[in-house]
Design a binder for this molecule. Structure first.
Ligand code: ADP
Ligand code: MG
Length: 225
């Protein structure tokens, strides 16, 4: 079985008032193609730190991350940016849409950054908007959207360049229960359909049945309960 995301012996320490604090301690995880893993754990346990490291946004103090079989360490800034653009998709708690771009333009923008051909980008953005129930919202600015629509637009954008790995940090936190379920169902469906490896940090027990596995972040490591 292919694992598109592998974290090996990841350690991370922060400097805290002159003291070193170890947030992640020899953390190991492998996420298989088509697998959606939920990560839970109390506030401050290191969930966002873990996701940032998995997504090449933060360099760990020790250990190695492999994205689609490629090691992150040793890459320069430009190579890391390319990896984030082509191999990694992020979904955050709030949508982080660009306020002055219409929904469709947000998708075309990341496609252009990723070097996608214009015709292909136009077709794919139409498909993504359709899939996420946003066909009628393509020419709306983010401020005109509801919370659920914004989050779905952010998911469409994260999927636009067909990343190997999808990382979501509490994607349902700003949504009501039924919208939250819809959003996770969409993520799970896309992960299965296009064989991504996905990790979703969540506090929401209701979405757990939609995930393949639940891991708990405790004492700097990930464990099944
Ligand atoms: P979670 O997402 O589980 O709430 P975080 O990964 O955000 O946890 O943070 C884990 C711990 O690391 C917390 O104690 C936090 O204060 C600390 N921390 C996070 N980011 C930094 C940073 N940039 N500098 C120093 N300490 C940090
Ligand atoms: Mg967090």
């Amino acid at each position: 079985m292919k694992h598109r995301l592998i974290l090996q012996n990841i350690t991370h320490t922060f400097e805290d008032g002159g003291m070193q604090r170890t947030v992640l301690d020899q953390l190991n995880v492998q996420v298989a193609e088509g697998e959606l893993v939920a990560v839970m754990g109390p506030s401050g346990s290191g969930k966002s730190t873990f996701l940032s490291i998995a997504g090449a946004l933060l360099e760990p103090t020790g250990g190695e991350v492999y994205v689609d079989g490629e090691a992150i360490s040793g890459k320069n800034g430009q190579e890391l940016a390319a990896m984030r653009l082509h191999k990694l998709g992020f979904i955050f708690q709030s949508a982080h849409l660009i306020p002055y771009l219409k929904v469709e333009e947000q998708l075309l923008f990341v496609a252009r950054l990723g070097g996608m051909d214009r015709m292909k980008a136009a077709g794919r953005s139409r498909d993504m908007l359709h899939k996420l129930g946003l066909s009628h919202r393509g020419s709306a600015y983010p401020e005109k959207l509801s919370g659920g629509e914004r989050q779905r637009a952010a998911i469409a954008r994260a999927l636009m360049n067909d990343p190997a790995v999808l990382l979501a940090d509490e994607p349902t936190a700003s949504l009501d229960a039924s919208r939250g379920m819809d959003v996770v169902r969409l993520i799970a469906g896309e992960v299965k359909q296009s064989g991504k490896s996905a990790v979703m940090v969540t506090h929401d027990e209701r979405v757990v049945p939609l995930c393949d596995r639940v891991l708990y972040l405790t004492n700097g490591g990930l464990a099944e309960k």
